[in-house]
Design a protein around this ligand. Structure first.
Ligand SMILES: Cc1cc2nc3c(=O)[nH]c(=O)nc-3n(C[C@H](O)[C@H](O)[C@H](O)COP(=O)(O)OP(=O)(O)OC[C@H]3O[C@@H](n4cnc5c(N)ncnc54)[C@H](O)[C@@H]3O)c2cc1C
Length: 565
């Protein structure tokens, strides 16, 4: 194990050294940048792990990493070392622009060189470790249910660890044929990104995994089979899949807490279709408002209510508000003062996931752009054209629900032990107690951290790490070894609150108690840099970057793409 880490760190350090030229040419502190380049290279190679042959992926990941590195090193670290204030004024940041280019190019080269040197090392000194083969006998069948962050990451890392081992087969079952990159979903609803650009097709992303588009309907734990029905196929086309290891990564669904009227009238905000529907609905409201002569009715048409002040609700309210103002010029009968975006939240401040100061900052910035906040308020009812709050009524045709989620109902239906939210109660290794070979992770699992004992939050950040850890645990189990508890310290949170404004809270891995807080343009650049690097596939990254570029030069598109009933 030690040998593997040392080898990776040495390769990363060498790649960092080789990639440092553009950075040294662009920045005024060559020695400090050289040392940083080597250190970053070593950490990058250790942290990234390795997916064979993924040169473009590694280049994009490294390039996007250049943005936060520029902020930490060129804007904060080096000025502090030189005894001057951090470079955050517009003028100072402009002066640091060449360094930003240097960091981006450095990151790009670092990604490519790390992959290249890994390949050369494989050829000259042998691979890190030959993948262990499963004990002889029929192949072990691993079935993963759910193609979201958790399921997809488990499959990717299993492929990587197995390296084509024929003694283990992996099948991924999902009712969607693509991984949805939810952190960018609000940008689709707000018309900034094309819907398909934030989804990565599962078939093309997975190379040795069998992909089955279908809906898991039942699990027989005695016979160790899953019943999968075809999505949209003829009835009676259900198929039984046998498994030796079953991974439950089914995510969550919207939870209306039994409020039937709200469920009937509200729009969900969970899937790609939800985001497309919201965008089309907003356009529809403007179309109707434009031909409406009654000012009260017109105002109600362009009033948008979002329930839930967590990340999803805040990002969506900001995106709808920006979109509404962005398309206003196309609707001459609608006045700017008629547009109303209201965010309803049951607590006294939004974004409880962030510190109080950042939450307040986000609220102030959104309020300055016209978003109205109904705090300490609950949505009690909804009807045709009205939303009833605990503090009164809002005339509106639009209510979007982000105020509650619950784990996939299938878990309870198959009789698994669940917590009060309905998530499968798992051990710290992600094993489901009392069901050998069954594992659960992501939003559908109630998992406690193996070191701190704290519950792991239902976020993509955790789902990705859980997927990687679970792939190793399953292979340990296949080889008769004990699985190890999951541990991960959150890296922090990022949230976009409106056009070119975000807030971020980052936890320093080497000083766990230390949290850095950013807001405004800087945080927004970090948000874009970090999330585009996480988006799977080079092609998707390029498409999203192009969308963002077009957004700068062209007005928002008001073409309706689906028919609304
Ligand atoms: C709008 C929005 C914004 C978000 N922003 C962030 C963010 O910025 N940062 C962050 O860390 N997290 C964010 N999250 C949370 C993050 O998306 C989830 O924590 C993450 O998706 C959980 O991954 P998962 O794989 O457990 O579930 P999911 O990603 O939901 O995947 C579950 C998969 O299982 C499939 N499935 C469900 N039932 C069945 C069945 N019966 N048969 C077959 N397939 C099935 C689903 O179609 C889906 O593909 C956001 C969530 C939303 C909704």
């Amino acid at each position: 194990m030690m040998h593997r880490w040392m080898r990776r760190a040495a390769i990363g350090a060498a790649a960092g050294l080789a990639a440092s030229a553009p950075l040294i040419a662009a920045d005024a502190a060559p020695h400090a940048n050289l040392i940083t380049s080597v250190a970053v290279g070593a950490v990058f190679a250790l942290g990234m792990g390795r997916i064979r042959g993924a040169y473009a992926e590694a280049a994009m990941a490294g390039c996007a990493l250049g943005v936060p590195l520029w902020i930490f090193v060129s804007c904060i670290g080096l000025p502090l070392l030189a005894g001057v204030a951090s470079a955050f004024s517009a003028e100072q940041m402009r002066a640091q622009f060449p360094a930003l280019m240097g960091w981006a190019l450095y990151g790009c080269l670092l990604g490519v060189f790390t992959q290249g040197l890994n390949g050369l090392a494989d050829r000259w000194v042998g691979t890190e470790a030959e993948p262990e083969r499963a004990p002889t006998g029929p192949p072990k069948r691993i079935v993963i249910l759910g193609g979201g962050f958790a399921g997809m990451t488990t499959a990717v890392w299993l492929e990587n660890e197995l390296g084509g081992d024929p003694s283990v087969s992996v099948t991924l079952v999902s009712d969607q044929n693509a991984l949805l990159f939810t952190p960018m979903l609000a940008e689709v609803a707000g018309g900034s990104l094309e819907p398909s650009h934030i989804s990565a097709p599962l078939r093309t992303s997975l190379h040795q995994t069998e992909f089955l588009r279908g809906s898991a309907e039942a699990i027989d734990f005695e016979r160790r089979t899953v019943t999968v029905s075809a999505v949209g196929g003829p009835s009676g086309s259900a198929r039984e899949l046998p498994y030796d290891h079953l991974v439950l990564a089914l995510g969550s669904v919207s939870n209306y807490f039994g409020a039937a009227n709200i469920q009937k009238h509200a729009l969900d905000f969970k899937t790609l279709l939800d985001a497309i529907r919201i965008r089309n609905h907003v356009i529809e409201m403007f179309e109707r408002a434009d031909r409406e002569s009654d000012p009260a009715v017109r105002k109600a048409l362009v009033t948008f209510v979002v329930a839930g002040g967590g990340f999803a609700g805040v990002e969506l309210a900001g995106a709808i508000n920006d979109f509404a103002h962005g398309i206003l010029a196309d609707y001459p009968a609608v006045g700017v003062d008629e547009i109303r975006t209201a965010l309803v939240h049951s607590r006294d401040r939004i974004l409880p996931e962030l510190s109080e100061s950042l939450g307040r900052y986000a609220q102030e910035r959104m309020a300055a752009r016209g978003v109205e906040f109904c705090l300490n308020t609950r949505v009690l009812d909804a009807g045709e054209g009205s939303v009833t709050l605990s503090t009164g009524e809002i005339r509106s045709q639009t209510l979007v629900w982000t105020a509650g989620t619950a784990p996939s109902p299938l878990l309870k239906a198959v009789g698994l032990p669940t917590d009060k939210r309905g998530a499968v109660a798992v051990e710290t290794t992600m094993a489901v107690p009392g069901h050998p070979g069954v594992w659960a992770l992501g939003d559908c699992a109630a998992l406690n951290d193996g070191v701190s004992g704290k519950p792991c939050p239902p976020t993509a950040q955790f789902a990705l790490r859980e997927g990687k850890a679970l792939s190793k645990n399953i292979l340990r189990a296949v080889h008769g070894k004990a699985p190890v508890p999951f541990h991960f310290d959150s890296l922090g949170s990022l949230c976009v609150v409106g056009h070119q404004t975000a807030c971020a809270e980052l936890t320093l891995p080497f000083a766990r108690a230390k949290t850095l807080r950013f807001s405004g343009l800087l945080a927004w650049m970090m948000w874009r840099g970090i999330y585009v690097s996480k988006l799977p596939g080079l092609e998707r990254k390029a498409r999203v970057l192009l969308d963002w570029t077009f957004e700068i030069f062209f007005p928002r598109d008001i073409v309706q793409t689906i028919e609304l009933k």
